[in-house]
Design a protein around this ligand. Sequence first.
Ligand code: SF4
Length: 383
Amino acid sequence: MDLLNTLVDKGLRRELPTREEALAVLATSDDELLDVVAAAGKVRRQWFGRRVKLNYLVNLKSGLCPEDCSYCSQRLGSKAEILKYTWLKPDDASKAAAAGLAGGAKRVCLVASGRGPTDKDVDRVSETIAAIKEQNEGVEVCACLGLLSDGQAERLRAAGADAYNHNLNTSEATYGDICTTHDFSDRVSTVQQAQAAGMSACSGLIAGMGESDADLVDVVFALRELDPDSVPVNFLIPFEGTPLAKEWNLTPQRALRILAMVRFVCPDIEVRLAGGREVHLRSLQPLALHLVNSIFLGDYLTSEGQAGKDDLAMIADAGFEVEGTDTTTLPEHRRPCGGTAAAAPEEDAEAPAATVPAPSDEARRDLVSVRRRGAGTDLPPNA
Ligand code: SF4
């Protein structure tokens, strides 16, 4: 297939595909799926070998958010029966983190619900980062606390945060459909503040919210322009009790095509398979390892993932290896002070007409399970 040969050549040279090429990946048929995975797999192996970086989520503060992001079980007015608790104490957060690190994770992601942190919240998180770093040498810590105010990124960096996560989630054109309490530019600005403070930027998307192919390509190109070091790709978990509970738009095949498209647009960036992989990829999860070089181990913020030991077995069975703390995730040219910058984005071609989302997948509500263990409970975490 000419398209795939072109995309592999570009990916190996760190050259961006055009919007038409990215759209064409999403439009490939199920008959072509393994060819698409194999092609994107070549690009993945060029920059990341067969390594899989494991990340571990610790939900520091769960639920009761004043924002109205419609995909989120922690949103204002959510009826989802999730765990709700206020800030974990630094020692408790450190214990939860230690379980993930013992399971093979090299990055801990400290997440708190809310529009953004107060300065007091930044103090609490700084204490938590100190506790985790003191007890776990070499650990990478990422903070995800919402929109940042002036000076907060610098304070988090000074406290030892290696990275900051804030997702763009969807295209600028459709952002107002999923959230009314903040906008796309607020999110872009927080990612840029994190970068300016010297933190590694992590910013990604959520697929399956009813967006078109053009929206997906738009958000991935917007991310590429921001040039984060890692891009988490979430697949919507349609929680009962949230406005998007009926959005079952993904098939395992479509989820793989989306991951392949992200890999071609972000050839040398850490692409992370994030929430919703068990629900939407199901038995095809191992194929996704040919596309992404990073996953979350164990549970998510408010839902349970597959058992951590099953994540490790899946990686080994598929012929991949867990990335150790002695290995740097990003290729040399993307490390601070290393080599040349990645190729600049090409001029946007004229936007194609919006396409209709793929036909609805069967709703697999049986695969959505609210988290009832780990942080905020008396039960041991899944790692
Ligand atoms: S700001 Fe964060 S926690 Fe709050 S509703 Fe939006 S995604 Fe959920």
